[in-house]
Design a protein around this ligand. Structure first.
Ligand SMILES: O=C(O)C[C@H](O)C(=O)O
Length: 510
């Protein structure tokens, strides 16, 4: 075997991260297309239609599926007979590939990675370092898996050290509803069972690198074939989680998970460790081998393989809203589930901007931006290229902004918010008290949403990069009223309604 050349390895990593930024795995797209066909909840079906349309647009335009282009995760299985023609370490080579991919001038990806996580939280600018997992295996080639894992789904990771006599499925069915919709369902659940706590976590992450194939398991079960314990668990958890009725984007519906993956490992007699890692609607990973014959060749999928679903704004039933003339009375009149098309100017801000605003207000300082009668969009966009005004710009998880909501509504003049997923009790109380509202856009439909943005400028906190405050001018940006001025929330009513409709399985729900 020829040695693996440093530049071939680096180029393969760079190509892989570019490729997965705009191509969903086809198995995932097929599973999502089948979920769309099956879905009976109108709100969930509309959300899946946006995700599918966005996916095809990203594949066509070679622009990111999601504004959160992820943290780079790489699994390497290195054959014991592999020889290298390289001077850099494996971590350094992976990081150089990630750097090239994320700084590619044709399709720059978002720099989401921050150093000093418990302190200054400063962008590393190029999304390095990657998180690399190594295994040394027999053989003379290198097997590589590259995944771009979004922060919203990582945030919903769960771990428990159960007692050996505890019911693992019961724990999962109690836990999934507590994860809300911030992990952007429909997606995949990865479950790692056994080993030690860190081993269970790694198994859960590794499990979601496999293709969606639960339909094959179902077919085998229907033929009466005997399934392995882990395969039977996959089927049981898949059906029972979907029976919870959480649905796409937590709006209530038939499909919450497209697949469930399980990997296990022997464990100590006193322990039953279990890790749960969800993968979002922007599931992105790719697998390839290197054997010294050159860089990896990645086959682009054909657009004809995407389901023929095309979402367009519903100008007939949706209410057009002029943000430039918006009044508190109009906001108070919106009702849960109402579809809106937003027009005019909005401000943006997410985690770092909210923290800084709260700190400035506490010190009695003047903010750089006037929020009076304005709407804020929780987003961290990708930088624009060519004729774009902004890159993909889908919503970020709103619950992280809950603790700032009362301050924003009562001290800045803000009148409404846009994000994704549910709001927690603290935010809902603040919304009710201030007769405000919370609107949701579809997480994972970032390129489609960005097409509604007609101009963008940084309005404050420029040093925060993608977390700066922007002003967007939008035309027909699609959102749904998720919490109205009375505190009614579609994320509570939707899943409850669909759980009752599906409701055949007696499960313990938190
Ligand atoms: O960082 C983002 O833009 C989104 C994040 O992945 C989230 O889902 O909250």
């Amino acid at each position: 075997m020829n040695p693996i050349r440093q530049d071939d390895f680096i180029q393969s990593i760079a190509d892989a991260f570019q490729f997965i930024s705009y191509y969903h795995p086809l198995d995932f797209i097929r599973a999502l297309g089948e979920a769309y066909d099956r879905e009976e909840s109108p709100a969930a079906k509309d959300a899946i239609a946006q995700i599918l349309t966005n996916s095809r647009m990203a594949a066509e335009g070679h622009r990111p599926i999601c504004q959160d282009t992820g943290i780079a995760v790489v699994f390497l299985k290195v054959g014991m007979n592999v020889r290298w023609d390289a001077t850099l370490s494996l971590q350094e080579m992976v990081d150089e590939g990630v750097r090239r991919a994320y700084l590619d001038p044709d399709n720059p990806l978002r720099a989401s990675v921050l150093s000093d996580p418990a302190g200054a939280r400063k962008s590393t600018q190029d999304n390095t370092p990657a998180v690399v997992h190594y295994e040394i295996v027999p053989g003379n080639h290198v097997e590589v898996i590259c995944a771009a894992k979004g922060g919203g789904s990582e945030a919903k990771t769960k771990f428990a050290m159960l007692n050996p006599s505890d019911d693992l499925v019961e724990w999962i069915l109690k836990t999934v509803p507590t994860m809300g919709a911030g992990w952007c369902p429909p997606g995949i659940l990865g479950i790692g069972i056994g080993g030690t706590p860190e081993k269970a976590m790694l198994l859960a992450k590794e499990s979601i690198m496999a293709p969606c194939n639960i339909h094959e398991l179902k077919a085998r079960a229907a033929r009466g074939e005997k399934l392995l314990r882990t395969e039977a668990l996959r089927l049981e958890i898949h059906d029972k989680v979907n029976a919870l009725g959480i649905g796409a984007q937590g709006l209530g519906g038939l499909t919450t998970v497209l697949d469930v993956k399980v990997l296990d490992y022997p464990t100590h007699a006193a322990n039953l460790p279990v890790a749960l890692i969800p993968n979002c609607a922007a599931t992105r990973h790719i697998h390839f081998h290197l054997d010294g014959s050159g860089p990896a060749k990645l086959d682009p999928p054909k657009l004809a393989d995407w389901p023929s679903v095309t979402w367009t704004p519903d100008t007939e039933s949706a209410t057009s809203v002029n943000l430039d003339m918006l009044t508190r009375e109009q906001v108070a009149a919106w009702r849960p589930g109402q579809k809106l098309l937003l027009n005019g100017k909005m401000l943006t801000g997410r985690d770092a901007a909210h923290k800084r605003i709260a700190d400035m207000l506490a010190r009695g300082e003047k903010l750089p931006v006037d929020f009076t009668n304005r709407v804020i969009y929780y987003v961290g966009p990708v930088d624009p290229v060519r004729d774009e005004v902004v890159g993909p710009a889908g919503p970020t998880t709103a619950t992280r902004m809950d603790k700032f909501t009362r301050t924003m509504l009562e001290q800045t003049g803000l009148i409404a918010m846009i994000g994704k997923s549910e709001r927690g009790p603290v935010a809902i109380e603040a919304i009710k008290d201030n007769k405000s509202a919370y609107l949701m856009a579809v997480g994972g439909a970032a390129y489609l949403v960005a097409k509604a943005i007609k101009s963008a400028r940084v309005a404050g906190f420029a040093d925060l990069g993608m977390e700066a405050i922007y002003e967007f001018d939008v035309k027909d940006m699609p959102v749904t009223v998720a919490v109205d001025s009375t505190g009614a929330s579609v994320h509570e009513t939707g899943p409850k309604e669909w759980r009752a409709k599906i409701g055949k399985i007696p499960v313990a729900v938190a």
